[in-house]
Ligand binder design. Structure first.
Ligand code: NAD
Ligand code: MG
Length: 353
């Protein structure tokens, strides 16, 4: 088993091993000792892993209630959040009880936000079941739901008490969803470590899951430690996301987040190479690695459409956009770019007019 300790405003462990979901009850009992627990999961994940987690909590003499909702980003909204809170009231969940968020980033964000705000905040445990949630969303304490006006528009910073990454759950994850997690993993390598990038070139991610997940969690930990509330350094984690979000938005979200990020990273690296800011070999290596996971590397949308989507992003408010630009594999820098020059970066990144 791998374990990474996070020391943010609250300290907690991220544990990574196959079979951890079945140990939820014992671990929660020892660490948090609640009387009762609300398990939140989407319908698909509950069907696969819900009863296993529920049984483990019941065996540890913790009273359990279950809240399930329709899978998908469209459930990450105020209505689902409110329904969960009302169930927590109905089940008499108190301030000493806990929420277990079992599932991907949608469940973790929504149930985490419910825990962060229910009776002014109760403890919660993340049991991520997607690769993306394991390497990214379950760690770092960002919780949120979407509004019709945009993603993650309402939320709170609130760290979990424990994160249990059961790598066995990834065996049932659809290949496209697995690839989305791989895009975020490749992102960590691009911003942070050439040796890690080389290890990804040498060995498929599926063959070194525990190692890769713990490496990414440790990298995220370092960013969170430096910038828990996302006012500075955490921007590096946004590499590939400025254009990635724009591509997702243009597609009406039929292009998945990780796919958008893959294209966004490729475009940004091409632009950096065209401007002489990073070697051409970085583009070749990045594109080759993304393609191994069947991730797209070219924008299906033209510049005009993409530009208007990029400029309406909530992170693009004000006169400049802070682009994360690669300098080589394993190192990026932040470049504040006036909004009226973003189109030139897209052009240099190979996006046709
Ligand atoms: P998700 O939670 O919707 O899961 C993707 C799909 O996979 C769902 O249909 C789900 O039912 C299914 N699934 C999950 N685990 C499975 C398993 N083990 N086997 C079979 N199917 C399984 O999406 P996601 O990609 O995990 O997360 C995306 C969300 O995460 C977005 O809302 C995004 O905003 C958020 N996010 C948050 C942070 C953060 O820091 N809080 C960071 C990145 C992303
Ligand atoms: Mg992301």
């Amino acid at each position: 088993m791998k374990s990474v300790r996070i020391d943010a405003s609250k300290s907690y462990d991220v544990l990574i091993a196959p079979g951890l979901a079945a140990e939820t009850g014992a671990r929660v009992k020892e660490l948090l000792n609640p009387d009762a627990c609300m398990i939140a999961a989407d319908d698909r994940v509950y069907e696969l892993y819900g009863e296993e987690v529920r049984r483990s909590l019941e065996s540890a003499s913790i009273r359990t209630s279950v809240f399930t909702f329709l899978h998908g980003e469209s459930s990450k909204n105020l209505a689902t959040y409110q329904a969960l809170l009302e169930r927590m009231c109905a089940e008499r969940i108190t301030r000493t009880d806990i929420v277990v968020a079992l599932g991907g980033g949608v469940t973790g964000d929504m149930a985490g936000f419910a825990a962060a705000t229910y009776q002014r905040g109760i403890r919660f445990v993340q049991v991520p079941t997607t690769l993306l949630a394991m390497v990214d969303s379950s760690v770092g304490g960002k919780t949120a739901v979407d509004l019709p006006q945009g993603k993650n528009m309402v939320g709170a910073f609130c760290q979990p008490s424990l994160v249990l990454c059961d790598t066995k759950t990834l065996t049932t994850l659809p290949a496209e969803e697995f690839a989305c997690g791989c895009a975020e993993i490749i992102k960590y390598a691009m911003i942070e470590s050439e040796p890690f990038f080389e290890s990804l070139e040498e060995t498929p991610i599926a063959d070194q899951l525990e190692e890769v997940i713990s490496t990414c969690v440790a990298m995220k930990r370092d960013y969170v430690n430096r910038d828990e509330f996302d006012t500075g350094d955490r921007i590096f984690l946004n590499f590939g996301h400025t254009f990635g979000h724009a591509i997702e938005a243009c597609s009406g979200f039929s292009i998945l987040h990780g796919q958008g990020v893959a294209i966004g990273m490729a475009v940004m690296t091409r632009a950096a190479a065209a401007r002489g800011l990073c070697p051409e070999s970085a583009v070749e290596r990045l594109v080759a690695l993304l393609k191994r996971y069947d991730l797209p590397t070219v924008s299906p949308y033209r510049r005009e459409l993409l530009l208007s989507a990029a400029l309406s992003d909530k992170k693009a408010q004000g006169g400049t956009v802070r682009l994360v630009v690669p300098e080589r594999i394993g190192k990026c820098f932040v470049e504040p770019v006036p909004k009226n020059q973003i189109g030139e970066w897209m052009r240099d990144g190979g996006i046709v007019p």
